[in-house]
Design a protein around this ligand. Structure first.
Ligand code: 4AZ
Length: 409
Protein backbone atom coordinates (compact mmCIF):
# COMPACT_ATOMS: atom_id res chain seq x y z
CA UNK A 1 0.00 0.00 0.00
CA UNK A 2 1.67 3.13 -1.09
CA UNK A 3 2.18 5.60 1.64
CA UNK A 4 -0.61 8.05 1.66
CA UNK A 5 -0.87 11.25 3.56
CA UNK A 6 -4.07 11.18 5.50
CA UNK A 7 -6.60 13.84 4.55
CA UNK A 8 -7.08 16.23 7.37
CA UNK A 9 -10.24 15.68 9.29
CA UNK A 10 -13.24 17.90 8.38
CA UNK A 11 -13.15 21.22 10.09
CA UNK A 12 -15.52 20.96 13.04
CA UNK A 13 -18.75 22.98 12.46
CA UNK A 14 -18.15 25.23 15.52
CA UNK A 15 -15.09 26.78 13.98
CA UNK A 16 -17.26 28.72 11.54
CA UNK A 17 -18.65 30.66 14.51
CA UNK A 18 -15.19 31.58 15.58
CA UNK A 19 -14.81 33.50 12.37
CA UNK A 20 -13.71 37.00 13.53
CA UNK A 21 -16.45 38.68 11.46
CA UNK A 22 -19.17 36.66 13.13
CA UNK A 23 -17.75 37.36 16.58
CA UNK A 24 -17.58 41.03 15.79
CA UNK A 25 -21.18 41.03 14.57
CA UNK A 26 -22.46 39.25 17.67
CA UNK A 27 -20.61 41.61 20.00
CA UNK A 28 -21.91 44.67 18.18
CA UNK A 29 -25.48 43.31 18.22
CA UNK A 30 -25.34 42.58 21.95
CA UNK A 31 -23.93 46.03 22.70
CA UNK A 32 -26.63 47.71 20.59
CA UNK A 33 -29.43 45.73 22.27
CA UNK A 34 -28.03 46.55 25.70
CA UNK A 35 -27.66 50.24 24.86
CA UNK A 36 -31.23 50.46 23.54
CA UNK A 37 -32.57 48.71 26.64
CA UNK A 38 -30.65 51.01 28.98
CA UNK A 39 -31.71 54.10 26.99
CA UNK A 40 -35.37 53.04 27.11
CA UNK A 41 -35.12 52.41 30.84
CA UNK A 42 -33.53 55.81 31.45
CA UNK A 43 -36.14 57.45 29.24
CA UNK A 44 -39.09 55.88 31.04
CA UNK A 45 -37.63 56.43 34.49
CA UNK A 46 -36.32 59.95 34.06
CA UNK A 47 -37.46 61.66 30.89
CA UNK A 48 -40.95 60.39 30.20
CA UNK A 49 -42.39 63.33 32.05
CA UNK A 50 -46.07 64.02 32.38
CA UNK A 51 -47.76 67.29 33.27
CA UNK A 52 -49.54 67.49 36.63
CA UNK A 53 -51.85 70.30 37.63
CA UNK A 54 -52.37 71.44 41.18
CA UNK A 55 -55.22 73.66 42.19
CA UNK A 56 -54.52 75.73 45.25
CA UNK A 57 -55.73 78.60 47.36
CA UNK A 58 -53.24 80.96 48.93
CA UNK A 59 -54.17 83.75 51.27
CA UNK A 60 -52.19 86.95 50.91
CA UNK A 61 -52.33 88.72 54.25
CA UNK A 62 -50.60 92.01 53.52
CA UNK A 63 -53.12 93.12 50.86
CA UNK A 64 -56.53 94.50 51.78
CA UNK A 65 -59.41 93.21 49.68
CA UNK A 66 -61.34 95.73 47.59
CA UNK A 67 -64.18 95.33 45.06
CA UNK A 68 -61.73 96.23 42.29
CA UNK A 69 -60.12 92.80 42.81
CA UNK A 70 -63.37 91.01 42.05
CA UNK A 71 -63.19 91.54 38.28
CA UNK A 72 -60.37 90.41 35.96
CA UNK A 73 -61.09 93.57 33.94
CA UNK A 74 -59.49 95.94 36.45
CA UNK A 75 -55.86 97.09 36.58
CA UNK A 76 -55.79 96.24 40.31
CA UNK A 77 -56.68 92.60 39.51
CA UNK A 78 -54.05 92.38 36.75
CA UNK A 79 -51.32 93.94 38.89
CA UNK A 80 -51.93 91.80 41.99
CA UNK A 81 -52.33 88.57 39.96
CA UNK A 82 -49.10 89.31 38.12
CA UNK A 83 -47.28 89.94 41.43
CA UNK A 84 -48.57 86.68 42.97
CA UNK A 85 -47.54 84.72 39.86
CA UNK A 86 -44.00 86.19 39.90
CA UNK A 87 -43.68 85.49 43.63
CA UNK A 88 -44.75 81.84 43.15
CA UNK A 89 -42.51 81.46 40.14
CA UNK A 90 -39.48 82.91 41.99
CA UNK A 91 -40.13 80.71 45.03
CA UNK A 92 -40.36 77.45 43.04
CA UNK A 93 -37.39 78.40 40.81
CA UNK A 94 -35.29 78.78 43.98
CA UNK A 95 -36.56 75.55 45.55
CA UNK A 96 -35.61 71.93 45.02
CA UNK A 97 -38.58 71.65 42.62
CA UNK A 98 -36.98 74.12 40.18
CA UNK A 99 -36.71 71.43 37.48
CA UNK A 100 -40.31 70.27 37.90
CA UNK A 101 -42.09 73.64 38.17
CA UNK A 102 -43.48 74.95 34.86
CA UNK A 103 -45.86 77.82 35.59
CA UNK A 104 -48.45 79.27 37.98
CA UNK A 105 -51.51 81.26 37.03
CA UNK A 106 -54.01 83.13 39.21
CA UNK A 107 -57.56 82.32 38.09
CA UNK A 108 -59.53 84.20 40.72
CA UNK A 109 -59.12 86.65 43.59
CA UNK A 110 -61.62 86.77 46.42
CA UNK A 111 -62.03 88.13 49.92
CA UNK A 112 -60.37 86.16 52.70
CA UNK A 113 -60.73 86.38 56.49
CA UNK A 114 -57.84 88.83 56.75
CA UNK A 115 -56.65 89.53 53.23
CA UNK A 116 -57.08 88.30 49.68
CA UNK A 117 -57.42 84.67 48.67
CA UNK A 118 -55.92 83.82 45.29
CA UNK A 119 -57.08 80.69 43.51
CA UNK A 120 -54.15 79.37 41.53
CA UNK A 121 -53.33 76.60 39.10
CA UNK A 122 -49.79 75.33 39.05
CA UNK A 123 -48.24 73.09 36.45
CA UNK A 124 -45.41 70.67 37.27
CA UNK A 125 -43.71 68.11 35.06
CA UNK A 126 -42.26 64.96 36.50
CA UNK A 127 -41.67 61.34 35.54
CA UNK A 128 -44.24 58.67 36.27
CA UNK A 129 -42.15 56.94 38.94
CA UNK A 130 -42.33 60.08 41.06
CA UNK A 131 -44.85 59.67 43.79
CA UNK A 132 -47.76 62.11 43.48
CA UNK A 133 -48.44 62.11 47.22
CA UNK A 134 -44.89 63.09 48.15
CA UNK A 135 -44.93 65.68 45.36
CA UNK A 136 -48.04 67.24 46.89
CA UNK A 137 -46.41 67.52 50.30
CA UNK A 138 -43.21 68.95 48.79
CA UNK A 139 -45.25 71.64 47.00
CA UNK A 140 -47.25 72.32 50.16
CA UNK A 141 -44.17 72.68 52.30
CA UNK A 142 -42.59 75.16 49.85
CA UNK A 143 -45.82 77.19 49.78
CA UNK A 144 -46.14 77.10 53.56
CA UNK A 145 -42.59 78.44 53.95
CA UNK A 146 -43.42 81.21 51.51
CA UNK A 147 -46.66 82.13 53.21
CA UNK A 148 -45.66 81.48 56.82
CA UNK A 149 -48.31 78.78 57.04
CA UNK A 150 -51.11 81.11 55.99
CA UNK A 151 -51.81 79.31 52.73
CA UNK A 152 -53.51 76.04 52.08
CA UNK A 153 -53.15 73.88 49.03
CA UNK A 154 -55.93 71.69 47.78
CA UNK A 155 -54.91 69.26 45.17
CA UNK A 156 -57.95 68.50 43.21
CA UNK A 157 -57.19 67.38 39.68
CA UNK A 158 -60.86 66.53 39.09
CA UNK A 159 -62.02 70.14 39.13
CA UNK A 160 -61.28 71.87 35.89
CA UNK A 161 -60.86 75.59 36.39
CA UNK A 162 -62.55 77.66 33.72
CA UNK A 163 -61.69 81.33 34.25
CA UNK A 164 -63.35 83.80 31.86
CA UNK A 165 -61.59 84.56 28.61
CA UNK A 166 -59.06 81.74 28.88
CA UNK A 167 -58.40 79.75 25.73
CA UNK A 168 -57.71 76.07 26.42
CA UNK A 169 -53.93 76.61 25.96
CA UNK A 170 -53.97 79.00 28.94
CA UNK A 171 -55.96 76.56 31.11
CA UNK A 172 -53.33 73.86 30.47
CA UNK A 173 -50.57 76.51 31.01
CA UNK A 174 -49.10 75.50 27.64
CA UNK A 175 -47.06 77.59 25.27
CA UNK A 176 -49.32 80.09 23.55
CA UNK A 177 -50.93 78.55 20.49
CA UNK A 178 -50.37 80.60 17.35
CA UNK A 179 -53.62 81.77 15.85
CA UNK A 180 -53.12 81.09 12.17
CA UNK A 181 -55.10 80.39 9.05
CA UNK A 182 -58.83 80.71 9.21
CA UNK A 183 -59.95 77.44 10.80
CA UNK A 184 -60.31 77.49 14.57
CA UNK A 185 -59.36 74.55 16.77
CA UNK A 186 -61.43 73.14 19.66
CA UNK A 187 -60.77 75.31 22.74
CA UNK A 188 -59.57 78.37 20.79
CA UNK A 189 -62.77 80.40 21.33
CA UNK A 190 -64.65 78.54 24.11
CA UNK A 191 -67.32 81.28 24.48
CA UNK A 192 -68.49 81.11 20.85
CA UNK A 193 -71.90 79.48 20.35
CA UNK A 194 -74.10 78.90 17.31
CA UNK A 195 -77.76 79.89 17.52
CA UNK A 196 -79.92 77.49 15.55
CA UNK A 197 -83.35 78.56 14.37
CA UNK A 198 -85.38 75.43 13.61
CA UNK A 199 -82.25 73.28 13.33
CA UNK A 200 -80.22 75.54 11.04
CA UNK A 201 -77.40 77.92 11.96
CA UNK A 202 -78.78 81.47 11.99
CA UNK A 203 -76.47 83.60 14.14
CA UNK A 204 -73.46 83.54 16.42
CA UNK A 205 -73.72 84.09 20.17
CA UNK A 206 -71.41 84.61 23.16
CA UNK A 207 -71.38 82.67 26.43
CA UNK A 208 -71.25 85.15 29.35
CA UNK A 209 -72.33 82.76 32.16
CA UNK A 210 -73.52 79.16 32.37
CA UNK A 211 -77.11 80.42 31.80
CA UNK A 212 -76.79 83.53 29.59
CA UNK A 213 -75.91 84.10 25.92
CA UNK A 214 -75.22 87.56 24.51
CA UNK A 215 -76.07 88.19 20.84
CA UNK A 216 -77.42 90.78 18.36
CA UNK A 217 -81.04 91.99 18.40
CA UNK A 218 -81.34 91.73 14.61
CA UNK A 219 -80.94 87.93 14.82
CA UNK A 220 -84.57 87.81 16.03
CA UNK A 221 -86.10 89.94 13.26
CA UNK A 222 -87.74 86.91 11.63
CA UNK A 223 -88.44 84.93 14.81
CA UNK A 224 -88.22 85.72 18.54
CA UNK A 225 -90.04 82.64 19.90
CA UNK A 226 -87.56 80.99 22.34
CA UNK A 227 -89.06 77.53 21.61
CA UNK A 228 -87.77 77.70 18.02
CA UNK A 229 -84.16 78.33 19.02
CA UNK A 230 -81.35 76.00 20.14
CA UNK A 231 -77.90 76.94 21.41
CA UNK A 232 -75.08 74.75 20.04
CA UNK A 233 -71.66 74.48 21.74
CA UNK A 234 -68.31 73.40 20.19
CA UNK A 235 -66.51 74.36 16.97
CA UNK A 236 -68.51 72.11 14.65
CA UNK A 237 -72.20 72.80 14.06
CA UNK A 238 -72.55 69.28 12.60
CA UNK A 239 -71.11 67.51 15.65
CA UNK A 240 -72.04 69.67 18.69
CA UNK A 241 -70.31 69.11 22.04
CA UNK A 242 -73.45 70.23 23.94
CA UNK A 243 -76.82 71.80 23.10
CA UNK A 244 -79.42 73.67 25.13
CA UNK A 245 -82.97 74.87 24.67
CA UNK A 246 -83.83 78.51 25.29
CA UNK A 247 -86.16 79.78 28.02
CA UNK A 248 -86.26 83.56 27.38
CA UNK A 249 -85.10 86.04 24.74
CA UNK A 250 -84.65 89.68 25.82
CA UNK A 251 -84.19 92.16 22.97
CA UNK A 252 -83.08 95.75 23.69
CA UNK A 253 -86.35 97.67 23.80
CA UNK A 254 -84.84 100.51 21.75
CA UNK A 255 -83.45 98.37 18.94
CA UNK A 256 -84.03 100.14 15.62
CA UNK A 257 -83.43 98.09 12.51
CA UNK A 258 -83.21 101.11 10.16
CA UNK A 259 -80.18 102.59 11.96
CA UNK A 260 -78.94 99.33 13.65
CA UNK A 261 -79.08 101.22 16.96
CA UNK A 262 -78.98 99.11 20.16
CA UNK A 263 -78.35 95.87 18.26
CA UNK A 264 -78.06 93.74 21.39
CA UNK A 265 -80.05 90.90 23.02
CA UNK A 266 -79.59 88.23 25.67
CA UNK A 267 -80.93 84.67 25.84
CA UNK A 268 -81.55 82.64 29.00
CA UNK A 269 -80.92 78.89 28.64
CA UNK A 270 -83.51 76.46 30.00
CA UNK A 271 -80.80 74.50 31.85
CA UNK A 272 -77.24 75.52 32.59
CA UNK A 273 -74.42 74.49 30.28
CA UNK A 274 -71.57 72.42 31.77
CA UNK A 275 -68.27 74.28 31.57
CA UNK A 276 -65.08 72.61 30.37
CA UNK A 277 -61.78 73.88 29.04
CA UNK A 278 -63.45 74.09 25.62
CA UNK A 279 -66.80 75.60 26.73
CA UNK A 280 -66.82 78.60 29.07
CA UNK A 281 -67.26 82.34 29.29
CA UNK A 282 -65.45 85.31 27.78
CA UNK A 283 -64.49 88.18 30.13
CA UNK A 284 -66.62 91.33 29.95
CA UNK A 285 -64.78 94.67 29.99
CA UNK A 286 -65.61 97.50 32.35
CA UNK A 287 -67.83 100.25 30.94
CA UNK A 288 -64.87 102.62 31.23
CA UNK A 289 -62.44 100.42 29.29
CA UNK A 290 -60.80 102.31 26.41
CA UNK A 291 -60.71 100.35 23.13
CA UNK A 292 -57.62 101.63 21.31
CA UNK A 293 -57.81 102.35 17.57
CA UNK A 294 -55.20 100.30 15.71
CA UNK A 295 -55.17 97.50 18.30
CA UNK A 296 -55.62 93.86 17.24
CA UNK A 297 -58.91 92.00 17.66
CA UNK A 298 -60.32 88.67 16.46
CA UNK A 299 -63.77 87.97 15.08
CA UNK A 300 -65.07 84.41 14.89
CA UNK A 301 -68.08 82.67 13.40
CA UNK A 302 -69.69 80.24 10.97
CA UNK A 303 -70.68 83.05 8.60
CA UNK A 304 -70.19 83.09 4.84
CA UNK A 305 -66.73 83.63 3.37
CA UNK A 306 -68.10 86.11 0.84
CA UNK A 307 -71.17 88.33 0.58
CA UNK A 308 -74.23 86.20 -0.43
CA UNK A 309 -72.21 83.01 0.15
CA UNK A 310 -73.31 80.06 2.30
CA UNK A 311 -72.42 79.56 5.97
CA UNK A 312 -69.79 77.02 7.02
CA UNK A 313 -69.92 74.12 9.50
CA UNK A 314 -66.47 74.53 11.09
CA UNK A 315 -65.71 77.67 13.13
CA UNK A 316 -63.47 80.26 11.46
CA UNK A 317 -61.50 83.23 12.81
CA UNK A 318 -60.19 86.49 11.37
CA UNK A 319 -57.69 89.04 12.69
CA UNK A 320 -58.74 92.67 12.33
CA UNK A 321 -57.81 96.10 13.74
CA UNK A 322 -59.96 98.48 15.73
CA UNK A 323 -60.89 101.62 13.77
CA UNK A 324 -61.89 104.86 15.54
CA UNK A 325 -65.52 105.97 15.15
CA UNK A 326 -64.18 109.20 13.72
CA UNK A 327 -62.28 107.45 10.89
CA UNK A 328 -65.20 105.06 10.32
CA UNK A 329 -67.58 108.02 9.92
CA UNK A 330 -65.48 109.61 7.13
CA UNK A 331 -67.47 110.54 3.98
CA UNK A 332 -65.87 107.74 1.90
CA UNK A 333 -66.62 105.26 4.70
CA UNK A 334 -69.88 105.16 6.70
CA UNK A 335 -70.41 108.92 6.51
CA UNK A 336 -71.85 109.55 9.98
CA UNK A 337 -73.84 106.30 10.43
CA UNK A 338 -71.52 105.05 13.19
CA UNK A 339 -73.12 105.98 16.53
CA UNK A 340 -71.38 105.96 19.96
CA UNK A 341 -72.78 102.46 20.72
CA UNK A 342 -71.02 101.06 17.64
CA UNK A 343 -67.41 100.04 16.96
CA UNK A 344 -65.65 99.45 13.62
CA UNK A 345 -62.96 96.87 12.89
CA UNK A 346 -61.29 95.74 9.69
CA UNK A 347 -58.03 95.82 7.72
CA UNK A 348 -57.01 98.76 5.48
CA UNK A 349 -56.71 96.66 2.32
CA UNK A 350 -60.05 94.92 2.97
CA UNK A 351 -60.66 91.19 2.46
CA UNK A 352 -60.79 90.28 6.17
CA UNK A 353 -64.18 90.82 7.83
CA UNK A 354 -67.23 89.30 9.47
CA UNK A 355 -70.04 88.47 7.06
CA UNK A 356 -73.60 87.14 6.90
CA UNK A 357 -74.15 84.42 9.51
CA UNK A 358 -71.47 85.85 11.84
CA UNK A 359 -74.00 88.28 13.34
CA UNK A 360 -74.36 88.10 17.11
CA UNK A 361 -70.88 86.59 17.44
CA UNK A 362 -67.84 87.96 19.33
CA UNK A 363 -65.10 90.45 18.55
CA UNK A 364 -62.44 89.87 21.23
CA UNK A 365 -59.11 91.27 22.40
CA UNK A 366 -56.42 89.68 24.57
CA UNK A 367 -55.10 91.44 27.68
CA UNK A 368 -51.59 91.38 29.14
CA UNK A 369 -52.42 88.26 31.17
CA UNK A 370 -53.66 86.29 28.12
CA UNK A 371 -57.32 86.62 29.08
CA UNK A 372 -59.73 87.50 26.26
CA UNK A 373 -62.28 90.31 26.57
CA UNK A 374 -65.40 90.89 24.53
CA UNK A 375 -65.30 94.30 22.83
CA UNK A 376 -67.89 93.90 20.06
CA UNK A 377 -70.89 91.92 18.83
CA UNK A 378 -71.08 91.40 15.03
CA UNK A 379 -73.86 93.77 13.91
CA UNK A 380 -73.79 95.14 10.36
CA UNK A 381 -71.73 96.55 7.50
CA UNK A 382 -71.98 97.36 3.82
CA UNK A 383 -71.36 93.96 2.21
CA UNK A 384 -68.21 92.20 3.45
CA UNK A 385 -64.48 92.87 3.26
CA UNK A 386 -64.64 96.11 1.25
CA UNK A 387 -61.62 98.36 2.08
CA UNK A 388 -63.68 101.45 2.99
CA UNK A 389 -66.55 99.58 4.62
CA UNK A 390 -65.24 97.64 7.63
CA UNK A 391 -67.39 95.49 9.88
CA UNK A 392 -69.58 97.35 12.38
CA UNK A 393 -70.02 95.91 15.86
CA UNK A 394 -72.17 96.69 18.88
CA UNK A 395 -69.76 98.39 21.33
CA UNK A 396 -69.87 96.19 24.46
CA UNK A 397 -68.48 98.83 26.88
CA UNK A 398 -71.38 101.14 25.88
CA UNK A 399 -73.92 98.44 26.84
CA UNK A 400 -72.04 97.05 29.85
CA UNK A 401 -74.63 98.39 32.32
CA UNK A 402 -77.55 97.19 30.15
CA UNK A 403 -76.05 93.66 30.29
CA UNK A 404 -75.91 93.86 34.10
CA UNK A 405 -79.49 95.16 34.32
CA UNK A 406 -80.80 92.25 32.22
CA UNK A 407 -78.70 89.38 33.57
CA UNK A 408 -77.10 90.45 36.84
CA UNK A 409 -73.66 89.74 35.29
C1 4AZ B 1 -75.06 90.46 7.95
O1 4AZ B 1 -75.79 90.68 6.99
C2 4AZ B 1 -73.74 91.14 7.99
N1 4AZ B 1 -69.22 92.89 7.00
C3 4AZ B 1 -72.93 90.95 9.09
C4 4AZ B 1 -71.69 91.56 9.11
C5 4AZ B 1 -71.29 92.35 8.10
C6 4AZ B 1 -72.10 92.55 6.99
C7 4AZ B 1 -73.33 91.93 6.96
C8 4AZ B 1 -69.95 93.01 8.17
O2 4AZ B 1 -75.39 89.70 8.86
Amino acid sequence: MPYMIERPARVPSTSRFLNPYVICFVVVAVVVILAVTVALLIYFLAFDQKSYFYHGNVEILNVKYSDQLNSPATQEYRTLSGKIESMLSKTFKESNLRNQFIRAHVVKLRQGGSGVIAEIIMKFKFSRNNNGVSMKSRIESILHQLLNNSGNLEIDPSTELTPCGARSDLITLSEERIIGGTKAEEGDWPWQVSLHLRNAHHCGGILISNMWILTAAHCFKSNSDPRQWTVIFGISTRFPKQRRKVKTIIIHNNYKSATHENDIAVMLLDTSVTFSKNIHTVCLPMATQNILPGSTAYVTGWGSRKYSGSTVTELEQARVNIISNEACNAPNSYNGAILPGMLCAGVPEGGVDACQGDSGGPLVQEDSRRHWFLVGIVSWGYQCGLPDNPGVYTRVTFYRDWITQQTGI
